[in-house]
Design a protein around this ligand. Structure first.
Ligand code: NAD
Ligand code: MG
Length: 360
């Protein structure tokens, strides 16, 4: 098992990563768990992993289980209210712990339940998708969706601990694994050249579900995210660099209707577009641009936006992105490999070419 820490003063918390940690859960989480534990999971994850949680905790804890529907649509105010109703009818107090067992959807919803119940109760993340393990479970952003848009209602609420059992990835659909790898590649491109090179050598093993290698990739990814979150918890500065590929990715997701492209797939195409622009501006060499495309493809990820998206639609969607400040779209671009910068000054023609280019 490896342990990292997100350094946030009195709200610091550990990230524990290892194979089979669900079986020894009680031991690892003992210091962070209250007597009352409210587990939020979903109908896909519950049959796979809930028994392990019950076996580990039911003797010493008052355990209540809330099983939500699968899918992004369930990350709603309705589900949030149903979870709060269940907490109240079970007689849970402000001294309870909300424990999320699932992917980013469960984690985001459970986190917002924890943030709002009695103005905030303890929260523990047990992420079970690669995306949740390397991204959404760390950093304290919690939210539900509104019919008008994704993640519009939420709060910052840091967990007390994050427990990552790499063994959970063995049951993950291949497409979801690749989607998580897009965020892993993002960390290499934006923050760590050595990690990028390591990923080039290791991608076949990661795609092949090699647990030891996955653990290393998760630890490195979480370490990068933890360091950025510690420096800029509320995204007033460098945390925005984590959005590499996301301005373009969000536009693709919205244009296609959420769900047809997975978030990670859209981010992968977005990273390719950002690298393309950086290459045109001589911030990234042609060979590093090609390496980026090759690595994305090795993870079975797309490097092109959908052909049918007209330029007008790109402009509309990017202007509506929540990262827009004072009418200016801010883009994160890679600068060499292992570094990224934020820029608001981009030639629209350069963007138009990069979003419409079909790379093979
Ligand atoms: P998800 O939670 O929908 O999980 C993907 C699918 O995998 C679901 O069908 C889920 O039931 C299933 N699943 C989960 N674990 C499994 C396992 N071990 N084996 C088999 N199936 C499993 O999607 P996701 O990609 O994990 O998360 C996406 C969500 O995360 C979005 O709502 C996004 O907004 C949010 N997000 C939040 C942050 C943040 O900082 N809070 C960051 C990134 C993404
Ligand atoms: Mg993302």
């Amino acid at each position: 098992m490896q342990q990292l820490s997100v350094q946030l003063g009195t709200r610091s918390y550990p990230i524990l990563v290892g194979s089979g940690l669900l079986s020894t859960l009680a031991l690892h989480l003992k210091p962070y768990l209250n007597q009352q534990v409210f587990v939020i999971t979903n109908e896909v994850v519950a049959p796979l992993y809930l028994e392990k949680i019950k076996a580990a905790l039911s003797n010493d804890h008052q355990l209540d289980i809330f099983i939500m529907a699968d899918g992004e649509e369930a990350k709603s105010l309705q589900t949030w209210q149903a979870a709060l109703d269940a907490l109240l009818s079970s007689g849970f107090s402000r001294d309870c712990t909300v424990l999320a067992l699932g992917g980013g959807v469960v984690g985001d919803l459970a986190g917002f339940v924890a943030a709002s119940f009695h103005r905030g109760v303890d929260f523990i993340q047990i992420p079970t998708t690669l995306l949740a393990q390397v991204d959404s479970s760390v950093g304290g952003k919690t939210a539900v969706n509104h019919p008008r848009g994704k993640n519009l209602i939420g709060a910052f609420h840091q967990p007390r601990a994050v427990l990552i059992d790499t063994n959970c990835l063995q049951t993950l659909p291949q497409r979801e694994l690749s989607a998580g790898l897009a965020e892993v590649i993002k960390y290499g491109v934006m923050a760590d050249h050595d990690f990028f090179s390591w990923l080039e050598n290791t991608m076949p093993a990661l795609v092949g579900l090699d647990e030891g290698k996955l653990e290393q990739a998760i630890v490195r990814s979480c370490a990068i995210k933890a360091q950025i979150v510690a420096a800029d918890e509320k995204e007033q500065g460098q945390r925005a660099l984590l959005n590499l590929g996301h301005t373009f990715g969000h536009a693709i997701e919205k244009a296609q209707g959420f769900g047809s492209w997975l978030h990670g797939e859209a981010v992968a195409a977005g990273i390719a577009i950002a690298a393309d622009i950086a290459c045109q501006r001589n911030m990234l060499s042609e060979s590093d641009y090609q390496r980026t495309l090759k690595l994305l493809k090795a993870a079975d990820l797309p490097v092109n936006a959908p052909v049918e998206m007209p330029w007008q639609q790109w402009q509309d969607l990017m202007l509506r992105d929540k990262k827009v400040k004072q009418g200016k779209v801010r883009f994160v671009l890679p600068e060499n490999l292992g570094h990224a910068v934020l820029t608001a000054e981009l030639d629209p023609e350069l963007i138009r070419q990069a979003v419409s280019r079909q790379r093979d």
